[in-house]
Ligand binder design. Sequence first.
Ligand code: 2RA
Length: 321
Amino acid sequence: TGPSLAVVGVTGAVGQEFLSVLQDRDFPFRSIKMLASKRSAGQNLNFLGQNYVVEELTRDSFDDVDIALFSAGGSISKEFGPLAVERGTIVVDNSSAFRMQEGVPLVVPEVNPEAMEGIKVGRGKGALIANPNCSTIICLMAATPLHRHSKVLRMVVSTYQAASGAGAAAMRELEQQTHEVLEGKPPTCKIFQRQYAFNLFSHNSAVLPNGYNEEEMKLVKETRKIWNDTNVKVTATCVRVPVMRAHAESINLQFENPLDEDTARDILKKAPGLVIIDDRTSNIRRDVSQEGNYGLDIFVCGDQIRKGAALNAVQIAEMLL
Ligand code: 2RA
């Protein structure tokens, strides 16, 4: 029983985490296809005690697939996502390809489940649902419960983003560079063309005409779509830091109506998917630069590969059942 699954990009960091999350959450599937590029096809994968051979992704890969989890880059999602939907597959896409497309739900299950209302497996109708960017998911998991209680007028986010956001190769290179630097050798710089170990720099995504990089504008645009609020003012500075896989974010919130820090702490303590580590020196505090209780500063962290990508996507898949 259960839906037939396909994992597209199964050999990548997020692809592997899809399998780990499906196992941890005992996701009820009747079959699963492991799909990847021609280069990775033929590899053996052991999953839940069964051996699978990675198949090359082709136009016919989705004929009997109910749900496909994609994390193979935007160009693969653009080429194969719509094909899968035509075959009646529900695609949960981790790339940025369709996130801002009209009619494509952009979903964090704890935040805006209503955005995918009515999409279910077994109705013979395909659909495409977009997984938000990892830094957006991690930010909104904390900011939304507060926003729901006291409307946020403006949000200022500074992110400290791990190597995993740039893929498994970046994680390997960070480790390699760290050894090289400590041994006094010149660092190997293939992924970011600069030293990453003991260093941090503006996020490596392209810089846009307005001076923001793509990562920063994703936070701005995706927040507005997920909150269904085109007026909320959001600005972001995204930085790549020499950390393996946890993204951290400093978030400053300005509210329409006062929200004191004790109330904020209570709200966050009850919020789904959050753990509060409030040691008073770094976490939930009134923004002293603003009058009264109209401002709040919080610091959040999240696993970029898990909740930032794979877990969020599998939770979306669970809502399709
Ligand atoms: C990053 N969020 O961290 C982007 C893509 N995963 O680089």
